[in-house]
Design a protein around this ligand. Structure first.
Ligand code: NAD
Ligand code: WQD
Length: 337
């Protein structure tokens, strides 16, 4: 059964391609290589023994998207990862983010809804909850006004999908990721941030590697037990597996609503200092860090209620923060070797 994975050579997309191929799906990985490299195809092939078909397509190009769907009219579904994802950059250049994240989505939906059954999985984010009032965060927690154009593209993306599903063949699952980290345990694929990493774990591994002088911890005066922010860090391999389960739900017509939403997290919150300590413990590396001012826009804490994903999808995480940090470190060493 053929599945189209947009952003299939990116961080989460590549791990999902591996899990799909492990489950026997035929994958078409669509990517414009704006934040990835074609060598990822080789990594996926080494892990699974199967080379995914790679389509070098820019989803902002409507005619390229139309032609893609003509070539793969036999697809059973689309998992849509492709997007620009740097929060700070989206503030600097909002139109780039609206163009990429919204136009690509619209063009894909215009094509997929021509199919009698349009199965579509969308990468959303816990950022839609902003600073939620109650922890853990359930899927019915209110959506807060977006603090960045990036976050706004996820909120608008969810709305576009809901509006479209009301009047077309579209069935969709919106997956709201918490903080994906780590790499495949083989270290054949992982995260490849361009330039200075904005996210905590790549910054930690690059610091331990000597590429960055020290990690800046953004604030230790938050109302949390150790004063640093709390997040729900989920191993990318666990996250990838959830996409296979969600796809199977769509393919087997098990949905109770045309658009369903699930949080994907571990349910456990970890502070920045806990992440640093765990990294030091599992890798034996001492990490240079200093406390600096808060980063504007950061929420104090965010961790997922995992109940709905557990009960409805039958999915839950299997890997620990230790596993994730060990794999991120193994990957960082491999990339630099
Ligand atoms: P990534 O940048 O590693 O992967 C995205 C891939 O999409 C890249 O390979 C990029 O080259 C490709 N791409 C971007 N624009 C494209 C276009 N116009 N046409 C074709 N390909 C295009 O990012 P990721 O971390 O794997 O994130 C995947 C998805 O998950 C994104 O939608 C992101 O917003 C969402 N998400 C990520 C996180 C996170 O922390 N990583 C958290 C929540 C949600
Ligand atoms: C985690 C914690 C920082 C870097 C972002 C996006 C969000 C989602 C996931 C896509 C925070 C602290 C970080 C550093 C630090 N992406 N930190 N020093 O902010 O939870 O979420 O990625 O949808 O939309 O905003 O993740 O990894 O940037 O930060 O102290 O150098 O680490 O303050 O508490 P965040 P992050």
């Amino acid at each position: 059964m053929k599945v189209l994975v947009t952003g299939g050579l990116g961080f989460i997309g590549s791990h999902t391609v591996v899990e799909l191929q492990n489950q026997g799906f035929e994958v078409v990985a669509v990517d414009n290589l704006s934040n990835s490299s074609e060598t990822v195809v080789d990594g996926i092939t080494r892990i699974t023994g199967t080379k995914p078909l790679f389509e070098n397509i820019d989803l902002r190009n409507k005619s390229q998207v139309q032609e893609l769907f003509l070539r793969h009219a036999d697809m059973a579904g689309v998992i849509h990862f492709a997007a620009s994802k740097a929060v700070g950059e989206s503030v600097e250049n909002p139109l780039l983010y609206y163009e990429n994240n919204i136009n690509s989505l619209v063009y894909l939906l215009q094509e997929i809804t021509k199919l009698p059954q349009a199965n579509f999985i969308f990468s959303s984010s816990c950022t839609v909850y902003g600073q939620a009032e109650k922890m853990p965060i359930t899927e019915d927690a209110p959506i807060q006004p977006a603090v960045s154009p990036y976050g706004n593209t996820k909120q608008i993306g969810e709305e576009i999908i809901k509006d479209t599903a009301k009047v077309t063949s579209l069935n969709s699952i919106l997956l709201r990721y918490f903080n994906p980290i780590g790499a495949h345990p083989s270290a054949e694929i992982g995260e490849l941030p361009l330039g200075v990493p904005q996210n905590l774990v790549p910054f930690i591994t690059q610091t331990a590697m000597g590429i960055r002088k020290e990690l800046s911890v953004f604030g230790n005066d938050y109302p949390t037990p150790d004063g640093t922010c709390i997040r729900d860090y989920i191993h990318v391999v666990d996250l990838a597996k959830a996409h296979v389960v969600a796809l199977q739900r769509l393919l087997q017509n098990e949905q109770t609503e045309k658009v369903e939403t699930f949080n994907l997290g571990t349910g456990k919150g970890s502070s920045v200092l806990e992440v640093i300590q765990t990294f030091e413990k599992v890798t034996g590396q001492k990490l240079a860090y200093k406390i600096v001012d808060r980063r504007p826009g950061d929420v104090i804490q965010a961790y997922a209620s995992t109940q709905k994903a557990k009960q409805v999808l039958g999915w839950q995480t299997e890997l620990s923060l230790e596993d994730a940090l060990a794999s991120a470190w193994k990957w960082e060493q491999k990339v630099r070797s």
